[in-house]
Write a protein that binds this ligand. Structure first.
Ligand code: PBG
Length: 333
């Protein structure tokens, strides 16, 4: 900034514009609304059931009928989108992951039920093999290697089955190379031209996903780590190249994940590309805030709202967050 932005003290006093709620409201640069949220939910088989997830206070796996109720509630709170993660029964996990593109799998049944009951709710699905893979990886494992190109073929089948079920946004969280282009071509040539892709472009190999893996029942299954496909937490330029690549391949929106520890990436992505940019405030971030609040060490609501606002300040257009309904309630007064 070249021009002086305030007179010297005491003519210039920054505290003047902080001195009342009205003045603070007038000059606030960033706002949060319920429209900023995508709410990730976990679904399971059965009817009228909810199973609490120990490491994620106030989050439960829901049966499809309960997920529909949750979607209705979210819609009435002004939350535009919901993202579905299935808890797949152990017996359906195989090496070939065929359940992933079963038109009647749990995720696809949930999509249909929600779109049926709340047609205007935007439904997002997850593309990756981990909920269906006997070894917990996002791709096929062949002789100890997570293979790329074969996995992309499976992800395309998964994408099409989700689009057929009525998903509005496909969310590839797998980090294979070349998947966005392959998915986009398949959607175009199969009559799904308006199905959007929100690419998990800059997804890091993070320790913050622990509680999520409990939630979807993948923790026990996972052999090894995901470092050969998810990003090294030390890298920034690579995130920019990945976003660039995914946009060129046909992604409509991009995501940075995890969220809070990667706000620098969010800001840089938004500044360099100016495209719809989302952050995923992941399960471990949610767990940390809740754990501290349960101990009386932090004020839950204050820290929740502050953490969400931080994403907007960094330039994000929206946030995937387990706090979505709680935060929307506060925003709606
Ligand atoms: C898996 C997937 C993960 C998350 C979303 N999709 C975990 C992983 O990559 O191991 C994490 C979400 C969270 O922690 O809240 N494809």
């Amino acid at each position: 900034m070249k021009t002086p932005i305030a007179a010297d003290f005491p003519k210039g006093r920054f505290r003047r514009l902080r001195s009342s709620a009205g003045l603070r409201n007038m000059v606030r640069e960033t706002v949060l609304t319920p429209h900023d949220f995508i709410w990730p939910i976990f679904v399971m088989d059965g009817t009228d059931g909810a199973e609490p997830i120990a490491s994620m206070p106030a989050v439960s796996r829901l049966t499809v009928d309960r997920a529909v109720v949750a979607a209705k509630e979210a819609y009435s709170l002004g939350i535009p989108a919901i993202c579905i993660f299935p808890y797949t029964n152990q017996g359906l996990k195989t090496e070939d992951c065929a359940e992933a593109w079963n038109p009647n799998n749990l995720s696809n049944r949930t999509v249909r039920a929600i779109k049926d009951a709340v047609p205007d709710m935007v439904v997002m699905t997850d593309v990756a093999l981990d909920p269906y893979n006997i070894n917990g990886h996002d791709g096929f494992v062949v002789e100890g290697e997570i293979v790329n190109d074969q996995t992309v073929e499976a992800l395309v089948k998964m994408t099409l089955s989700q689009a057929e079920a009525g998903a509005d946004i496909i969310g590839p969280s797998d980090m294979m190379d070349g998947r966005i282009g392959a998915m986009r071509d398949a959607l175009e040539s199969n009559g799904h031209k308006n199905v959007a892709i929100l690419s998990y472009s800059a997804k890091y190999a993070s320790g913050f996903y622990g509680p999520f893996r409990d939630a979807v029942g993948a923790s026990g299954a996972l052999k090894g780590d995901k470092k050969t496909y998810q990003m090294d937490p030390a890298n920034t330029d690579e995130a920019i190249r990945l976003v660039h690549r995914d946009l060129n391949e046909g992604a409509d929106m991009v995501m940075v994940k995890p969220g809070m520890p990667y706000l620098d990436i969010c800001q840089r992505v938004k500044t360099e590309f100016g495209v719809p940019t989302f952050a995923y405030q992941v399960s471990g971030e949610y767990a940390m805030i809740n754990a501290a609040a349960q101990n009386g060490w932090l004020d839950h609501d204050q820290v929740m709202m502050e953490s969400l606002l931080a994403f907007k300040r960094a330039g994000c257009d929206g946030i995937l967050t387990y706090f979505a309904p709680a935060a929307a309630k506060i925003l709606n007064g």
